[in-house]
Design a protein around this ligand. Structure first.
Ligand SMILES: Nc1ncnc2c1ncn2[C@@H]1O[C@H](COP(=O)(O)OP(=O)(O)OP(=O)(O)O)[C@@H](O)[C@H]1O
Length: 541
């Protein structure tokens, strides 16, 4: 419960930034429902109190005006609600991306891609229900409820109480019962949707293995199972919605019968009873959307809770921005001093590692699989903070070096290079968007990828399309290397850059790296003897 309230507070904090728009939406909503009620009210009153034809022409005029105002106000209310929703959704997305940037890369390593996609797309989209269909409708229903109950109470207190009861049932009780009933379904729905997303991604990425190992039927079965689970949960959701419509109609029908019967029993004046009954029948408009809200709000709140969880997650490391700057020309030393590290308590990955790197040269790092070689490189890059000891740059603890300085002194490259949608030029110049063509070509030449690029029809302007597999791993790695050379950091940290490559491509990359050993420090993790044989010194972890 506390968590739900905190989540609602969190959602409201976005709405609070645009109170004026919310106020307009509420005013327009109230006007629109007043117009709806005004139509039967004025018709009944005119019919009962007048027989003059001129009054009927006034009635027609006022009905036309009411319909017109109703249309305009309703459109305006919907427009404002969606304006509020899109504005706040953009705000949420902005905050989410900002947060993901602080969590990257350490805290994102353990999340599945399906999870991200669900988070960034459907979870954020789900908040629209809250922003567009909850906040102002609740305020409108509250204002309308107070006004209507006051009106009916003036006719007769009991009629006021019946109206109050019907509105409370429709606007509060039905949605909260539905909310409680559907609580589990909301979470199940999200989980099964995210599982289905994950399976589709895995199948798409692992299609070669699926083909090779004859896993087609097995994977299809898994896909079917996950699809069936999602269908089952969706059906449950729809069933609940049907029930709610039932309850709603029952409340309106029984409420109206009680209203008229009690009015007659209590001897309310017949003309007043007729007018107020007509008003009562047409007064449910503001409460019906609320009674349908429980189901929707549940999924919305479970999405919001997931988003809030990410927003509250603490980054593995906090960026340092306020220390005295270091400049890369000043690079003097890099060392690990009594470094220990564990991802989970009591499961040490590295223990008491001591290393002093030279300022220039080619240092290889070797070790059995799982010994923590990649982890050690993460610590050198400060993707994670050490559990004990320290990593020092220029004899200053890396925790007291501005993050931008760490990244300008150290460049990192891993086993695979991710290419982004854009041209090859953009991809090489990723870290230096204003780099001249000359600098980009120089970097590409150093990485031995220039000739291949020139053989493409649009050379450096060749577009790379996401997901298309028309660039080999070797070419990708060489583009990654060119990116690193352009970055021109005095320390290059490489995590098995040739592990996916054939001998020829490995040698091309190694030759490119090797030449740099007199200019900068290269720290390279590798399993391959052929790669490590070129190193000046090989350290075993
Ligand atoms: N993000 C993580 N969260 C928890 N445990 C992790 C994480 N990343 C790695 N590990 C674990 O830490 C240990 C060291 O992993 P690491 O990738 O650093 O080893 P490695 O020596 O580079 O292995 P390999 O040579 O196979 O790449 C492994 O047991 C691994 O399962």
């Amino acid at each position: 419960m506390r968590d739900t309230l905190d989540t609602i507070k969190w959602l409201l904090s976005f709405i609070k930034k645009i109170p004026f728009q919310v106020l307009i939406a509420v005013i327009l909503g109230v006007i629109s429902y007043c117009c709806v009620i005004y139509i039967p009210y004025v018709s009944a009153v005119t019919v009962m109190t007048s027989s003059r034809i001129s009054n009927f022409s006034w009635l027609i005029f006022s009905l036309v005006m009411a319909i017109l105002f109703r249309g305009i106000a309703r459109y305006g209310e919907q427009y404002m609600n969606h304006y509020i929703a899109f504005h706040t959704l953009a705000d949420v997305r902005h905050e989410l991306f900002k947060k993901l940037r602080t969590l990257a890369p350490a805290k994102l390593l353990s999340r599945g891609k399906g999870d991200y996609i669900a988070l960034i797309t459907s979870d954020v989209e789900m908040l629209e229900i809250f922003f567009a269909h909850t906040v102002s409708p609740v305020l409108i229903a509250t204002i309308m409820g107070i006004g209507l109950v006051t009106y009916f109470s003036q006719v007769h207190l009991v009629l006021g109480l019946i109206a109050l009861g019907a509105y409370v049932l429709l606007g509060i009780l039905v949605p909260s019962i539905q909310y409680r009933q559907a609580k589990k379904i909301g979470d199940d729905y999200k989980t099964s949707l995210s599982n289905l997303n994950q399976t589709v991604i895995e199948m798409s990425e692992g299609k070669k293995d699926i083909q090779q190992y004859g896993l087609k039927n097995q994977m299809l079965q898994r896909l079917r199972q996950r699809g069936d689970t999602l269908n089952r949960v969706s059906l449950k959701k729809t069933g609940q919605l049907r029930n709610i419509q039932w309850y709603m109609e029952l409340i309106i029908a029984l409420g109206t019968i009680w209203f008229v019967l009690l009015g007659v029993t209590l001897s309310v004046q017949p003309d007043k009873l007729i007018v107020s009954s007509l008003v009562f029948v047409s007064s449910f408009g503001p409460f019906i959307p609320l009674s349908m809200l429980g189901n929707e709000l549940l999924s919305t709140l479970s999405s919001a809770k997931r988003l809030r969880q990410v927003m509250n997650e603490k980054p593995a490391v906090n960026d340092v921005t306020r220390e005295e700057p270091l400049y890369k020309i000043d690079f003097e030393s890099l060392s690990a001093n009594h470094v220990s590290f564990s991802y989970q308590e009591d499961q040490p990955v590295l223990q008491n590692v001591n290393l002093m790197f030279p300022t220039k040269g080619f240092i290889g790092i070797q070790g059995e699989s799982g010994r923590g070689k990649s982890t050690f490189l993460y610590l050198l890059m400060r993707f994670f903070d050490v559990s004990k000891g320290s990593i020092n740059i220029n004899e200053r603890n890396i925790k007291a070096v501005n993050t931008r300085d760490v990244y300008s002194i150290e460049g990192y490259m891993s086993q695979t290079t991710d290419l982004f949608t854009g041209t090859i030029r953009d991809n090489i110049g990723l870290g230096m968007p204003n780099a001249s063509d000359e600098l980009i070509e120089q970097a590409a030449k150093k990485a031995s990828v220039h000739e291949w690029i020139m053989s493409l029809p649009n050379s450096y302007d060749t577009e790379i399309k996401q997901g298309k597999r028309d660039i080999s791993d070797g070419e990708k790695q060489r583009i990654g290397l060119a990116r690193l050379f352009l970055h021109d950091a005095p320390v290059m940290i490489l995590d098995e850059p040739t592990s996916h490559l054939d001998y020829l491509n490995e040698q091309i990359i190694l030759r490119a790296i090797e030449k740099e050993r007199y200019k900068r420090l290269i720290v390279m993790v590798s399993h391959r003897e052929t790669s490590l044989s070129k190193a000046d010194n090989v350290i075993k972890l």
